[in-house]
Every structure is written in C-alpha cells, then in structure tokens.
Design a protein around this ligand. Sequence first.
Ligand code: HEM
Length: 477
Amino acid sequence: ARTNRLPYPPGPPSPSLILGHYGKLPTRKPWLDYMEMGKTYGELIYFRSLRDNVLVINSAQATNEIMEKQARITSDRPFGSKLDKFTRWDTNIGLAVYSDRWRRARRTFHQNFRSEAVAKYQPIQIEKVHKFLRSLLELSKSSGSHEQSGDELMNNISTLSQGIMMKSIYGIEVQSAAKEAIPQAARETADHMDQAFLPGGTAYRSIPFAHLWAWLVPSGWSEFARVQKCARETLNTLREVPFDEAMKNWKLGDHSSLVGELMMQHNTKARPAKEVESVKNMASTAVTAASDTTVSATATFFLALSLYPEVQSKAQEELDRVLGPGRIPSFKDRKDLPYVEAVYREVMRWHPALPIAFPHKSTEDMIYKGYFIPKGTILHANVWAITHDPDQYTDPDKFIPERYLNKDGSFNKMYMNISTIDAFGYGRRVCVGRYVADAILWLTMASVLTTIRVERVGGDKSDVLDIERHYSDSALW
Ligand code: HEM
C-alpha cells in the first residue's frame, strides 16, 4: 500500500500488463542502452519485469545518494529464491541476501582481504607475475597465427589471475587455466551467473516452482532444468574439490593455504559444520569473483597499450627514470610512479570489468528527488554511464591517464582513495576483494610496462574507435 502520492521514477512504458518488460529488455551490452535511454528519462530509469521492480541508476550523484548514503536500506541482493538455494548460489557471499549470515561471511572475508591483510599474499603475487612475464616472452617468440597468439595471451592472463587466487586460497598451483578443471569450474560458475546480473535478469528466479522444475525435470527434457542442474554441479565441484585437496596437503605438511590456516585457527574436531561451510563459501566465492574480473582488467590493459603507444612510451619513460636499469618494480615503488598509477586507474574507468556491477535490492520504501522507490526494488548502478559521463570525464571513450594527474605530473590526491574507483561498486556491498585485486593489477601493469613493448599486429586504426568489438555482450567481460 502506498503511503504517499509521489510518482515512481520515469521509465519506458510497459509493453505488457502481466509480464511488464520481461523478455523485452536489452541483453547485449545493456549498459549502453540504459545510458542512451538516460537522454530521454534522466538519471533514473524505472520499470517492471514480471514481479520485479527495477531501477537503473545512471549518475554518480544518484548512486552516491541511493547506494552509499542509504546503504542501510539498499544493500540486499535479489538472490534469495528457492532456485538460488537449489543452484547453491546462496553460498556465494556476493549473492547472499542482506542478513546476519552475510555479515559474518563478509567480516571473515574482510579480515583476510582488507588492506592491512593483503601483504601476506604479495610473495605469491610477485612469483606469479614474474612467471607471467616469462610466458609473454615465450609467446612473443612463438610462430602461431595472430588469433592463436591472442588466445594464448588470454589463457596466460587467466592463468595469472586464477593462479594467484588458487595458490593464495587453496595452496594449489595452476599451470594452464584453460586446461584445468577447477579454474574452468570457477569460470563456468561466473558464466552461469552472468545474465542474472543484468537489469531484469533475476525476474525468472522467483517464479514459484522454478526450483521444482529445475530439480524434478530431467535435463534432456528441459534446457532450463539442464542449465540449473549444471550450475549446481559446477558450484559443488568448486566448493568441495579444491577444499579437500588443500586439507589433504595441509595434513601432509604443506601449510600454504588460507583455507587450511582458517580451519586450524579452531579445533577442527570441535569445529561446527556451519563454520566449515563458511570457509568453503569464502574460498569458492573468492576464486569465482577473481576468475573474470582481474582477467578482464588485465586484458583491457593490453588492449589500451596496443591502441595508445604514446601512453605506453610515457609510462616506460617514468619506469626507466625511477627504477634505473635492470630492476623490476616492487610494491614499494608504487608511490613514486604516478603515471603508471594513472594508467591503472584509467584501465578501471575506460572499460570497467563489471559495467553494470551486481544488483542491489532495497529493503524499505525510499524517496529520492521526489520519486517514490518501493521496498524490494532491484537497483543497478550503471557503472559504465558513471565512468563515461562527459561532464566528469572529457572525451570519456579515449584512454587518457593524464586525467588523474596534476599539472606538475604528480598524482591528483582526489583520486588516491580506492573508493574513488567506481569499478569496485558501492555501499556496503562494495567489492571486498578490492585491495587484493588492486595490488595484483598494479603489479602486473607496472611489471609488463618495465619489461615488454606491446604492439598491435594486424587490425587497423578503427579499433581505437570501436573497442567494444573486443568485449562480450554480457555482464562479465
Ligand atoms: C578487477 C577486479 C575486480 C573488480 C572490478 C570487482 C568488482 C566488483 C563489483 C562491482 C562488485 C559488486 C559491488 C556492488 O554490489 O556494489 C564486487 C563484489 C565482490 N567482489 Fe569484486 N571485483 C574484482 C576483484 C575481486 C577479487 C579478486 C575478489 C576476491 C578476492 C573479489 C571479491 C568480491 C566479493 C566477495 C564481492 C561481493 C561483496 C558482497 O556482496 O558483499 N572481487 N566486485
């Protein structure tokens, strides 16, 4: 029941009284459509898909007002259905509903991935980044076609990103992400979730009995049932197999895994099943979250270097000057490399890994600028629209690291705080792995720039104008 007569935010007229916009919403790079629709409707675009009320937020100011300042009531997620329990998505901390269970899980995650804690992963990060550099050198000598080299580069990037997380969390080595079962399971789990992150993408999940359909109907009879069963099996593999291996290795004397460390912090015999579950949830969430995002950002970095050689030269001049000959950068050099820092920030802005982030959900009615936003509305911050707002960023489609620098070349303090990186999301659900992602990405970029010259082979200048052709259409790169 409405307690006021305020209007809902503006949005496109509903094509169907019953379905609303269900089945009619853009699904290919929809952040671009919503940004375009903003010219008609403004910073808020509101519509209904089945029973879900959906709000896409196109501006930094509205995102700040709604997701940061009102975080108390905008931090739920739309993944609390019985189907989410069936697929085990409820075990992923990123999808968990706003509850004491999520709070506990987030606290444990935060304790292990907060800025002061991430230094313990640095030796693994350094080892893996150096291995990555060697793989690039080998790749540059290989005689494969451009396409094969492109695929191999992507595999090397995935091996780097997933290798760091698998080693840090489970103590397990990844030699080739494309060929090994667990990195593949992490990637497939992220892929299964992909469409559900888009506006309207969760509407079918709360259809009554959807979970029963997924459970009871044989895979051969229904594509829907097959996909849901496959999502469940993949996530189960991801939660159980590397955990068991890490615990086995721990017993054999390999004490390098975070999961082993967490399990041993308590008396395992007395450890209640609930706590074991929460360690499994944290570990599988972390490898899923990293399977895609850091890979996307690293690939974007290579794309930017190949399209903007002058940026690469400037960064390399800075590295040569600061490091001197024969030295590879380490974390302590970071503060002395403002241009490299600016390159990293521009990668995160130019093509954010999750252009429409993850959906939030409101838990109370809310009023914003005279509009009524009912409780239960699914909220999507359009990160792309925010990071490509021409009022905030001149020539937003161009890769210009200088936008983060002062006139004297020093880094603009305004951007120093990690919370100014929109790509990591907002409010109480802001990326809890951001400090570790930030360290991995910076070290990778600085190390590649120090040792390698990236050049475009094949393709033409039109690539500069249409970077989108290099990316997937869905929520994850
Ligand atoms: C380029 C790298 C990354 C980007 C751009 C990124 C971005 C994001 C975004 C946009 C969200 C949703 C925020 C929101 O709802 O407003 C998120 C959530 C999350 N990220 Fe990341 N992420 C990255 C890397 C990582 C890594 C390496 C980890 C694990 C160590 C991680 C763990 C998580 C988790 C657990 C959540 C869910 C937080 C919650 O719901 O409470 N992320 N990330």
